[in-house]
Design a protein around this ligand. Structure first.
Ligand code: CMC
Length: 392
């Protein structure tokens, strides 16, 4: 009751206090638990960063080994889950599958349903999700090809195991390319958390009703799917391909993006919070150059992306609105260099964002936050009298 402030899209409303991720959009600064994203992307492994986000401190060598061992105990998914894969049409979008499969973990592990889990039970629920996610994602990819799935190899580290399950035809034959594993670690780290974005806010708000971790994260996956959020990485490559097929005239497409009568937007451009540059995009752009060179790949789409960026950044429309390339602008070029099909890109974003979602859900519970329940300003009809059907 009383005075309600309207803030569509929550542009200026803080929904929580958080000690996980610091973001200064004006200066282009991003830090996880006080560590700069540049440092972490350069020096850490994805699992170290996951540990940091979830538990608040960088792990010792023993702690990260123990974390990896705990995860390894749970990388298998229940064989009955394979029936879901059988049920999905082979062309169904991987994000729809991922959201359903993650939610279904709550059915296989009903102990997750207890909102008052002990610390140890909550820990196990978290470990199971981190562990099974790689298997689920790789199986989604295998399903899209109609290939048999591979099982996890627990002697491998988190990222190598994922890439091996995904890209080998048989469980043993994957040739580990350290350049690819390094770049994949980097990409996952850069996606690992981003404070109160659309999907993370979704995870927190769903979780605030005391909903279990798996269902809360499944809701976050759905939020991420949209092309204005994580789905942008798929949309970027589709856009760049279209521009290429259209003859590579980037000026024409920039003009289209500026035209207010045209719904087209430059995908991978603009951000709600970054108004200077997106530090993640900077790192990924450089990684694109380095990694593609090391892999001996010459992707014409990378040239189009760079041209497009240069033209847009010199255009008053983009300058005035402070629109810069975001994390999704260059990431897809790397994903496809590794061999992922376009439709898998947003799933890879989800794999990277998973520790962040978990950390945010856990923090929301530890802070005993109240149920999320925004208010509204009602603008509908006032009092109306019911008219019987035959008189309408
Ligand atoms: N192309 C053309 N114009 C744009 C773009 C774009 N990509 N982004 C924003 N604008 C314009 C927009 O039309 C508006 O113009 P005006 O003031 O004349 O009406 C102005 O810039 C402000 O945009 P907004 O939509 O009010 O800003 P927002 O904070 O609500 O939206 C955004 C942010 C990221 C949704 C938006 O920039 C966008 O749609 N970008 C393209 C999709 C994309 O790349 N999304 C990924 C975001 S980063 C990673 C992630 O979240 O997953």
């Amino acid at each position: 009751s009383g005075y309600i402030t309207l803030d569509s899209g929550f542009k200026n409303t803080g929904a929580t206090k958080s000690a996980i991720t610091f973001l200064d959009g004006e200066k282009g600064i991003l830090k996880y638990r006080g560590y700069s994203i540049e440092d972490l992307a350069e020096k850490a492994s994805f699992l170290e960063v996951a540990y940091l986000l979830i538990y608040g401190e960088l792990p010792t060598k023993a702690q990260v080994e123990n974390f990896q061992n705990q995860i390894n105990k749970h990388t298998l998914v229940h064989e009955d889950m394979k029936k879901f894969f059988d049920g999905f049409p082979s062309k169904s979008h991987p994000m729809g599958q991922l959201s359903s499969l993650v939610c279904s973990l709550s059915a296989f592990y009903p102990e997750s349903l207890n909102p008052n889990q002990s610390k140890e039970e909550q820990e196990l629920t978290i470990i199971k999700l981190l562990a099974k996610m790689t298997t689920i994602v790789s199986w989604i990819y295998k399903k899209s090809l109609g290939h048999p799935v591979n099982y996890p190899q627990n002697r491998l580290d988190y990222v190598t195991n994922f890439m091996s399950m995904t890209f080998s035809y048989t469980t043993e034959e994957y040739e580990v390319d350290p350049v690819v594993i390094d770049a994949m670690n980097k990409l996952l780290i850069l996606h690992a958390d981003h404070e109160q974005n659309c999907s993370t806010s979704t995870v927190r708000i769903v979780g605030s009703s005391d909903c279990n971790l798996y269902a809360s994260i499944s809701a976050g996956i759905s939020a991420l799917w949209g092309p204005l959020h994580g789905g942008a990485n798929q949309a970027v490559i589709e856009m760049l391909e279209k521009i290429k097929e259209d003859g590579g005239d980037v000026e024409k497409w920039v003009a289209k993006a500026k035209d207010k009568n045209d719904p087209f937007r430059l995908m991978g451009f603009g951000h709600r919070v970054y108004k200077n540059f997106d530090p993640r995009a900077k790192i990924i752009k450089k990684a694109c150059d380095d990694v593609l060179a090391k892999m001996g790949i010459n992707d014409p789409v990378l040239d189009i992306a760079k041209k497009l960026e240069a033209v847009a950044l010199n255009d008053p429309y983009f300058v005035e609105r402070k629109l810069y390339p975001n994390v999704d602008f260059y990431s897809g070029i790397l994903y496809r260099a590794f061999g992922f099909p376009t439709e898998m890109f947003t799933v890879l974003f989800a794999l990277g964002r998973l520790p962040g979602w978990i950390a945010q859900w856990k923090e929301m519970k530890e802070n005993r936050e109240p149920i999320g329940r925004p208010r509204q300003i009602y603008v509908g009809e006032k009092d109306r009298e019911y008219i019987p059907l035959e008189n309408r």
